[in-house]
Design a protein around this ligand. Structure first.
Ligand code: ADP
Length: 275
């Protein structure tokens, strides 16, 4: 559905943000795009929806070049930006304004989001708190029901119950032909939601793997005092960490431990996944 081949990009010539990034995004999967602040997650999403153009390499979405921004292409993608710039209208008018752009717009999804988030359709958007504005924007993103959905740090500004509602809504909506990429630096927010993980670090994709493939290769568990781990940290129940999975048994993937291992033992993790 989305293919990037050797994409490089920099806002300035001397400073690349992405270097020779290749990526294959399949339908029916919710991807978590994980990376520290400033690693280029937003840049990557903006390239995929045609708001930024690669300096070199190619990006194809539905076999099209996103930068052409043709109407039939734009009807099939939705990007929820991290920083919202919502118009000065009511929630209801905002939805009415944008819904006609999306042929697959779903009133059923709209109603489910409005009810679960407790939105008041007659409220003026400018009077809403940051978290409430985020819920309005997420509601449009989910109701637009596009085959490709990019969400840039969607949980920023949401309180803990709203994060859980967001996860439930998204989990209940995903359909076979839809690809969803959610970027975050708050990896815990995506726990029990995503099917695959893309880690971006230092201009490159460290790996892009499903949770199933990850638990095939890595074991997430308590670590003995003298045991070597790819990453470990102290927790109230002892030392928790990530090691190679030599037993063939699958453990539950901890996104936080995985992310820390991908950053601190990058070359080993790349070898394990890309061998
Ligand atoms: P992330 O989404 O992972 O936090 P971004 O893609 O926003 O990262 O930014 C990647 C890098 O590009 C950062 O160093 C950031 O400062 C820089 N950057 C982002 N937008 C611009 C811009 N419009 N002009 C110049 N530099 C930018």
């Amino acid at each position: 559905m989305i293919q990037l081949t050797d994409v490089s990009f920099g806002y300035r010539k001397q400073k690349q943000v992405l270097h020779c990034v290749s990526l294959d995004v399949k339908p029916g999967i919710i991807y978590g795009l994980l990376g520290k602040n400033g690693e280029g997650k937003t840049t990557l999403l903006n390239i995929m929806c045609g708001l930024l153009f690669p300096d070199s390499g190619t990006c194809r979405v539905f076999d099209e070049a996103p930068e052409k921004r043709k109407v039939p292409f734009l009807q099939k993608i939705f990007i929820l930006p991290e920083e919202l710039n919502l118009p000065d209208v009511t929630v209801s008018d905002y939805i009415k304004m944008y819904a006609p752009f999306y042929p697959s717009f779903s009133n059923e999804r709209l109603e489910a989001c409005v009810e679960s988030f407790g939105l008041e359709m007659n409220d003026a958007i400018r009077r809403l708190s940051l978290g409430q504005k985020k819920k309005v924007a997420i509601t449009l993103a989910l109701a637009a029901n596009t085959p490709v959905l990019f969400m840039d740090e969607p949980t920023n500004g949401l309180d803990i119950p709203s994060k859980s509602i967001f996860r439930k809504l998204l989990g209940s909506f995903v359909r076979e032909e839809q690809s969803i990429i959610i970027s975050t630096h708050q990896v815990r927010d995506l726990e029990s939601l995503i099917d695959a993980v893309i880690v971006l670090d230092n201009k490159e994709i460290v790996f892009n793997k499903s949770l199933d493939e990850i638990s095939d290769k890595l074991d997430f568990r308590t670590i003995e005092a003298n045991e070597q781990a790819l990453y470990s940290e102290l927790s109230p129940i002892g030392k928790m960490g990530v090691v190679r999975n030599d037993t063939g048994e699958k453990s539950q993937v901890s996104l936080e431990l995985l992310f820390n291992a991908a950053i601190s033992s990058k070359e080993t993790i790349k070898q394990i996944f890309n061998a």
